[in-house]
Design a protein around this ligand. Structure first.
Ligand code: F3S
Length: 62
């Protein structure tokens, strides 16, 4: 399972990093980036939660 962030859509709310810090991290421009090439199995639930809760639907997990 992998995650991607549409960095043009991200508004920097930080929710993804808060709920799933092993997969998402805010960069120096306060835009989310994916820090896990492959989502660790134990982080899949929180990555999906981030996808579902991102206010601008910038996250895709599949
Ligand atoms: Fe950006 Fe959505 Fe995360 S707006 S900071 S990708 S929750």
């Amino acid at each position: 399972m992998k995650a991607t962030v549409d960095r043009d859509a991200c508004v920097g709310c930080g929710l993804c990093e808060s709920v799933c810090p092993n997969v998402f991290e805010m960069d120096s421009d306060s835009i989310a980036e994916v820090i896990a090439d492959v989502i660790p199995p134990e982080n899949e639930d929180c990555a999906i939660e981030a996808q579902d809760d991102c206010p601008v639907s910038a996250i895709t997990v599949n």
